[in-house]
Design a protein around this ligand. Structure first.
Ligand SMILES: *[C@@H]1O[C@H](CO)[C@@H](O)[C@H](O)[C@H]1NC(C)=O
Ligand SMILES: *[C@@H]1O[C@H](CO)[C@@H](O)[C@H](O)[C@H]1NC(C)=O
Ligand SMILES: *[C@@H]1O[C@H](CO)[C@@H](O)[C@H](O)[C@H]1NC(C)=O
Ligand SMILES: *[C@@H]1O[C@H](CO)[C@@H](O)[C@H](O)[C@H]1NC(C)=O
Ligand SMILES: *[C@@H]1O[C@H](CO)[C@@H](O)[C@H](O)[C@H]1NC(C)=O
Ligand SMILES: *[C@@H]1O[C@H](CO)[C@@H](O)[C@H](O)[C@H]1NC(C)=O
Length: 380
């Protein structure tokens, strides 16, 4: 049994309050403020919610501690106030895997293969200068996939976790760019770079992390299809999970990213602090922009033909693309190390202003940039 009285104290330290609706375990001998559960889950994002459902099905008593008044973490449904059109600019796609399908079935969520959406005009630009490259041809992913799969197949254990074999195979710590050169995977670099948003300067990351991120499930998704919800509303997954978990009160999140500064309220000892100090993170920010003056139905991907593999330098824009809402565009922005939301917004704004020189219908008109709901997604 894990007593969560300690968590209540942590929440107090974090200046949050804490409630739970699950029935108390009869064996609990503790004061009124204590809640006793088999498992306490800190954070009701994708992992916390999935764990909660599995544990509940295994008849464990649980508590999910979540800051927001909903589960689902980086799921973000935006509703256009004018038309009521909804657009999900957070998590949108799932892998076509048994574990995912069983889970979504458990939650009564109808799924379908991801379609291509409405047709857009695909262009390329250097977001730092605004220079457009209408005729740029991206390398063909299909050319590199077999070679990549051959490499991935050497490390089947990476699908499950980080349980490496020792000594660690010499290719895994190689910077990914060198790994690419070694195995002639150049035609794959745009795919891995734009797919693994949030990895920061991917070509300098150890090949291990890229192989882990661009797993066989991702390769299969690209080769056949990813899954998405029929409704297009990813939040419904978490609303359904919430019903099962019967958390009828507003719960709280401690954003448990494994970094010692964030975990400080947990009274880390020096050994724990040593471990958590070894983690660092990169991130990407996604958000919506209204009324940019850019052409409708535009998808613009960042490139920089002066750089290695023509990839853009970060921090900077990965891409910007039209949504189902007229005049609202969505963007993704890569952040290799910590950067304030204000700085990201300013750079997004600059990039859009520059881009207008190449891809605007209406250069002379008045326009406003309304950054909406930026969200930060962290990867480790
Ligand atoms: C899923 O549907 C079944 C059958 O219609 C129903 O019994 C069950 O309560 C539903 N579960 C959820 C989480 O909505
Ligand atoms: C998932 O993959 C299988 C084959 O592996 C395919 O038959 C199916 O259509 C895909 N999509 C869904 C929604 O199951
Ligand atoms: C953009 O796509 C939508 C949906 O397919 C279509 O109705 C609209 O006419 C397109 N706009 C332009 C400028 O092509
Ligand atoms: C793209 O190609 C077309 C036709 O070959 C050409 O007219 C146009 O100038 C090119 N655009 C750029 C930006 O190079
Ligand atoms: C890690 O791998 C070793 C041998 O390959 C195995 O004995 C061990 O159980 C694995 N550990 C975990 C946590 O999966
Ligand atoms: C977005 O811009 C359009 C065009 O100016 C405007 O009509 C609409 O109200 C704006 N939407 C939001 C959410 O600001």
């Amino acid at each position: 049994m894990i007593s969560v009285a300690h968590i209540a104290r942590i929440l107090a330290l974090l200046n949050l309050t804490f409630t739970s609706s699950a029935s108390p375990t009869p064996s609990c001998v503790c004061n009124e403020e204590s809640i006793e559960r088999d498992v306490a889950i800190i954070g009701g994002g994708a992992t916390g919610t999935l764990a909660g459902i599995h544990l509940k099905d295994a008849e464990k008593s649980i508590i999910v501690v979540e800051k927001m008044n909903r589960l689902g973490g980086p799921v973000h449904m935006y509703t256009d106030p004018r038309t009521g059109t909804k657009f999900d600019f957070g998590t949108q796609i799932y892998f076509n895997q048994t574990v995912t399908k069983d889970y979504l079935k458990r939650l009564n969520i109808s799924i379908t293969n991801l379609g291509i959406g409405f047709p857009t005009k695909s262009v390329y630009a250097n977001f730092k200068t605004g220079q457009g490259f209408d005729n740029y041809t991206e390398p063909n992913v299909a050319d590199g996939l077999p070679g990549y799969v051959a490499q991935l197949s050497k490390y089947p254990y990476l699908e499950e976790g980080f349980n490496l074999t020792y000594p660690v195979p010499e290719d895994l710590p190689l910077p990914f760019g060198d790994f690419v050169d070694k195995y002639n995977l150049q035609s794959l670099t745009h795919f891995t770079f734009f797919q693994a948003q949030g990895m920061g300067n991917q070509m300098l990351q150890s090949a291990l992390y890229v192989l882990k991120y661009i797993s066989m499930a991702v390769v299969q998704g690209v080769s056949s299809s990813f899954l998405t919800t029929v409704s297009g509303n990813t939040q419904e997954i978490y609303d359904s999970a919430l019903k099962i978990l019967q958390l009828d009160t507003k719960q709280l999140l401690i954003p448990i990213q494994p970094r010692s500064d964030i975990l400080q309220p947990f009274d880390l000892d020096s050994k724990e602090r040593d471990i958590f100090d070894k983690f660092s993170n990169s991130a990407f920010v996604t958000g919506l922009i209204n009324n940019t003056g850019l052409q409708d139905n535009l998808t613009c991907n960042g490139i920089d033909p002066m750089k290695r593999f023509d990839l853009p330098t970060l921090p900077g824009m990965y891409n910007i693309y039209s949504t189902s809402i007229p005049s609202v565009l969505s963007f993704k922005y890569g952040v290799p190390t910590d950067m304030s939301t204000e700085m990201v917004k300013a750079d997004v704004r600059n990039s859009v202003i520059k881009l207008r020189e190449s891809y605007s219908d209406d250069l002379g008109g008045m326009w406003t940039l309304l950054p909406l709901l930026p969200t930060r997604i962290l990867s480790w």
